[in-house]
Design a protein around this ligand. Structure first.
Ligand code: BGC
Length: 441
């Protein structure tokens, strides 16, 4: 067990960043923002959203469609003005459903099948005699040429549906709506989910100038204060940031992913990958005979078998004997006699992975804050949506404390805000902005 303790110590030293490493990462992030804005080589795409922030008085009933990594969510939302809104109806439909036998995210699906499904789901929720301006949240890196045009650059989050990359997704959606005779649904705006989150929060809080998703995927956007594009929202696609302190485990995860060499930050922080990273580390520990000796459960030896939900379960187990983890090992992995030290190790590894995630995200926020307000003289709200932030035990607090430590005496100027449904409600706000023509195009 002494060897196990030593290996855990080494792991922690490799993963956990010192304050100076975080500051260094933030500086590199800031430089990548600048390079991306100037059209130079950069891992940050810095994609203009063709939208500025709302005023807060936008009103009306809108249809919002939110296509993320796992579900398509359809909402009918009434914007009431003065920053208020009401969700009139909402449903989430899984993109993958083994019982119903569909998987619209796989290489055997197609653009027509995926968007046909979305149109069909919209049809199940709208009346025939009403008019619905539509805001579409499309949570993948897309290059916009106008508020209602977006070409998918590349799928992320291990989605593989053929026939969408390189295409204007608003056109594919419009075609699918036409096919279903949904002429009462009129697409007005297409946005990234980070932009939706920023729009939702800034509809109420004018100090919001960063929007971020910490969920299945990771990305942030911000309001550009400088010169020509002043006030415009920029989707950084920060999940692709790559000037990072990689470990051998990160390299292994990257190599066996769909897009090696890309989405490096996302692969170190987001909900799609924290379980996988934990699994790769555990697999290594098992192979070295450090824990769970001779356990050959698929969970540890097949990619993506440990999920973000499992990580939450490990971190949530605060019992002295770690009985929750004991039961998990027993029922899911068939490991009946796991020792307390082994259970502690499982929890510690998950906690190390999650802590580093919060540190890297905090460093990226610090980089953005330095770009938009170098002397930190103003108030800033960072709007955050996503399951990792909302549900991972301790994540939100770790992120806040880490950012506060970087901000030092300026920490009171910066607020982190959970913005639930941000990506959906933001689509309604974007459609309203589209209606009012408050666009930069
Ligand atoms: C996508 C981003 C998105 C983020 C959060 C990433 O994989 O590239 O566009 O904002 O996930 O959903």
């Amino acid at each position: 067990m002494q060897q196990l303790a030593n290996e855990v110590r080494k792991l922690r030293a490799k993963f956990i960043l010192s304050e100076s490493e975080m500051i260094d990462t933030a500086k590199k992030f800031q430089r990548a923002m600048q390079a991306g804005r100037e059209g130079k080589d950069s891992s940050l795409k810095m994609l203009p959203a063709f939208l500025a922030k709302p005023i807060g008085n936008e009103k009306g009933v809108y249809l919002a469609v939110d296509l993320g990594g796992t579900n398509v969510r359809v909402m009918i939302i009434e914007l009431k003005g003065n920053g208020n809104y009401k969700i009139l109806d909402r449903h989430a439909f899984p993109l993958k459903n083994s019982q119903k036998g569909h998987d619209f995210t796989s290489e055997t699906s197609s653009a027509a099948a995926l968007f046909g499904y979305i149109a069909e789901r919209i049809k199940s929720m709208v009346a025939t005699n009403s008019f619905y301006p539509l805001g579409f949240t499309f949570s993948f890196p897309s290059r916009q040429t106008a508020v209602n045009q977006a070409v998918l650059i590349k799928w992320t989050k291990e989605i593989k549906t053929p026939g969408v990359e390189g295409k204007d997704v608003s056109k594919i959606l419009a075609g699918a709506l036409d096919d279903k005779n949904l002429h009462q649904v009129v697409p007005r705006a297409i946005i990234n989910d980070t932009v939706g989150t920023l729009l939702t929060a800034s509809y109420r809080d004018p100090f919001t100038d960063i929007g971020s998703i910490c969920g299945t995927g990771h990305n942030s956007c911000y309001v550009e204060p400088q010169s020509l594009t002043s006030g415009e929202i920029i989707n950084m696609e920060s999940g692709n940031f790559n000037a990072l302190p990689f470990t051998a485990y990160d390299t292994e995860l990257d190599k066996q992913s769909d897009i090696p060499g890309e989405q490096c930050l996302e692969k170190m922080v987001s909900g799609k990958y924290i379980g996988e990273l934990t699994r790769i580390i555990l697999q290594d520990f098992i192979k070295q005979n450090l824990i769970l000796t001779n356990n050959q459960s698929d969970i540890f030896f097949s990619p993506y078998m440990i999920k973000a939900e499992d990580i939450s379960l490990f971190l949530d187990d605060e019992s002295s004997e770690l009985t929750g983890i004991f039961q998990w090992l027993q029922s899911v992995c068939g490991a009946s006699g796991a020792l307390l030290e082994e259970r502690i190790t499982l929890r510690t590894i998950a906690s190390i992975v999650v802590t580093r995630s919060a540190q890297l995200v905090a460093a990226s926020y610090f980089g953005v804050l330095q770009h938009i307000d170098p002397r930190l003289e103003r108030k800033h709200s960072i709007a955050i949506d996503g399951s990792l932030y909302e549900f991972t035990p301790g994540y939100a607090a770790k992120l806040k404390v880490t950012l506060n430590n970087l901000l030092k005496e300026k920490s009171e100027l910066v607020t982190l805000k959970l913005t639930k449904d941000g990506s959906g409600v933001g689509a309604a706000v974007a459609a309203a902005l589209g209606d009012k023509g408050q666009l930069h195009d």
